[in-house]
Design a protein around this ligand. Sequence first.
Ligand code: HEM
Length: 153
Amino acid sequence: MKVLIIYSPLLLILFLLSLSPEGPASQPIQEPAQEEEVGPLEERMLVLKRGMRSLRRSLKDPEKDAASLDVIVEMQKAVAEGKLIPPPMVDAIPKEGRDEFVLDYRKLMILTQQELLKLEMGLLENDRDSAKAAYDALKAMEDAGHERFTEDG
Ligand code: HEM
């Protein structure tokens, strides 16, 4: 009897486990959430986004110019690559207008490159006003670029 009392909780647990085929050990491993695919152009755009965000603060501080210059060069690379990747929206443009669409896209990306070069030069020459003007121009180009070359403007 005593033995039964001592072992009964254990027996109960064993009994309950036998009823539950989905014990923790046999539960299927949770698949990681499917990562949303980032397209090649979007990948470069995200470099611009991060760059603009960090420049917003760092440009105000000449002590941070070296770090700002690193960011600017990364952005220049992203635009140099991105200008050769047609925007996905091109598929929604009638066939006869596609060449012009891609050409206009490339030209605006070249203007973006030029502004990034002015920004770099501004910092190298410690011309804060010129650097600030180039930063503002980049913001305007972002808006213009998205208005014309993305589906949701
Ligand atoms: C500093 C300037 C810019 C920044 C910070 C920027 C940022 C971004 C970001 C964050 C996205 C992804 C949007 C999303 O899906 O969440 C994006 C997409 C896009 N941007 Fe820009 N952008 C800039 C300039 C431009 C310019 C100048 C153009 C056109 C000449 C442009 C064309 C596009 C296009 C076509 C997409 C869609 C890419 C895709 O879906 O694969 N962007 N941009």
